[in-house]
Design a protein around this ligand. Structure first.
Ligand SMILES: NC(=O)c1ccc[n+]([C@@H]2O[C@H](COP(=O)([O-])OP(=O)(O)OC[C@H]3O[C@@H](n4cnc5c(N)ncnc54)[C@H](O)[C@@H]3O)[C@@H](O)[C@H]2O)c1
Length: 376
């Protein structure tokens, strides 16, 4: 089986998820090029210990990302670091000729994103994608097929969102994700926006204008040293987007990105309402594809249990259930196929799509500040 050598920069939550997925490659029955993790890098030595214990092929542990990028054995780099570092580390990786999987939001703000895009233009041999795993749930893949087959007819409305609840715990110690200086002015929009945009953007549903409302509920959190620290990021964002389908028909798309959504855990959802049919998926019911059955004047919701039928074939039987770590594995399998120049039904989020995302998030900040709709 073909393989590509990888380095990971940022050995936190997402760095570990990738290493775990890479160790489960035997899950695929299709011939998917394998990521071979040979080096990791983190400024905090405590965060690389897990990798030393659990990644058998690991040859190097670095504390300075420049050393990892200078390592000629590495051809691809996964960069999962705080948002403020995206521009610097993504660009250095691109300049070093490494292919990259960059974490969202692919630049802390629009200026960072533009600089990263310029580096990609200057180094066209570099393959780059942005992490976004939720569309790879099989029920969501079916919904995407229905959109492509035009089963919904004229689109009336789309609602998509990402709803977290971990920040409902006001005693949770602050981290970089709650500090605008490191996380950026987008706050929850940068944390969660790309997740909600991957499917609409790929299906050709592009926002033409946005009216956004942002909320900050918690202004300080425990600093972990007995005191309190300022918590200055947006907690919740709601966007109403005037959107066009690929035939130029306008409709309304609602996007919500919420860190404070009571009763949720890490809920990603997508709903589409059309003249011929409607459908919805939520990660709270990962097995379920819901769609309307039409009797002319009336519509009834039907729930279909999909089972384990992902885009890239696997050993797991189709009667089992699919989960978050399976979506991560499918996303990485898709990345490897695309990196290898192979065709996939549904690809990872592209750098060009991150540009649209930054247009939307930046316009949303302006919309909130001016209390007006902003054209994109
Ligand atoms: N795709 C998803 O579902 C998802 C989920 C969570 C976070 N993310 C994204 O992943 C990225 C990282 O988030 P996380 O949750 O893993 O954060 P994290 O805080 O758990 O991990 C970040 C790691 O980067 C390290 N780091 C900081 N500065 C560094 C430097 N100069 N060089 C090397 N390492 C450095 C930190 O020590 C830490 O270990 C962010 O862009 C975030 O938006 C994606």
């Amino acid at each position: 089986m073909k393989s590509y050598t990888f380095g990971i920069i940022g050995c936190g939550l997402m760095g570990r998820e990738f290493a775990s997925a890479a160790s489960r490659w035997c899950h695929f029955t299709a011939d998917v090029p394998r990521p071979e993790i040979v080096a990791v890098c983190d400024v905090n030595p405590a965060n690389t210990v897990w990798f030393e214990r659990n990644v058998p092929g690991l040859r190097q542990v670095y504390s300075d990302y420049r050393q990892l990028l200078a390592d000629p054995e590495i051809s691809v780099v996964y960069i999962a670091v705080p948002h403020i570092l995206h521009q610097e580390i993504f660009i250095e990786a691109i300049k070093a000729g490494k292919h990259i999987m960059g974490e969202k939001p692919f630049g802390m703000d629009q200026a960072q994103n533009k600089a990263i895009m310029q580096a990609l233009t200057d180094h066209p041999q570099v393959f780059a994608r942005c992490s976004s795993e939720f569309p790879f749930f099989p029920a969501m893949q079916l919904l995407i097929r229905w959109i492509r087959e035009n089963r919904f007819g004229r689109i009336l409305e789309i609602k998509a969102g990402f709803c977290h609840s971990s920040d409902m715990d006001v005693n949770k110690t602050i981290n970089w994700k709650r500090q605008a200086a490191v996380n950026g002015a987008y706050g929850c929009l940068g944390d969660l926006g790309i997740h909600t945009e991957h499917v609409p953007f790929r299906m050709g549903f592009k926002p033409r204008s946005v009216y956004a409302r942002l909320d900050k509920f918690i202004t300080e959190r425990p600093d972990g040293k007995g005191g309190m620290a300022a918590c200055d990021t947006w907690d919740n964002g709601t966007m109403i987007c005037e959107t066009e389908d690929p035939d130029g028909h306008p409709f309304t798309m609602y996007l919500e990105t919420k860190r404070m959504a009571p009763g949720q855990t890490n809920t990603w959802y997508f709903e589409i309402y059309g003249m011929k049919a409607s459908a919805r998926f939520s990660s709270t019911r990962p097995n379920q594809f819901s769609y309307t059955v039409d009797w002319g004047k009336e519509q009834a919701w039907a729930d279909l249990d999909i089972g384990y039928k992902p885009m890239i074939p696997v050993i797991t039987g189709p009667i089992f259930e699919f989960g978050f770590t399976d979506a991560i594995l499918q996303m990485w399998g898709t990345f490897m196929l695309e990196l290898d120049g192979q065709q996939v039904d549904f690809g990872c989020f592209t750098p060009e799509e991150t540009v649209l995302s930054h247009d939307l998030q930046t316009a949303s900040l302006r919309s909130h500040a001016t209390r007006s709709a902003i054209d994109l």
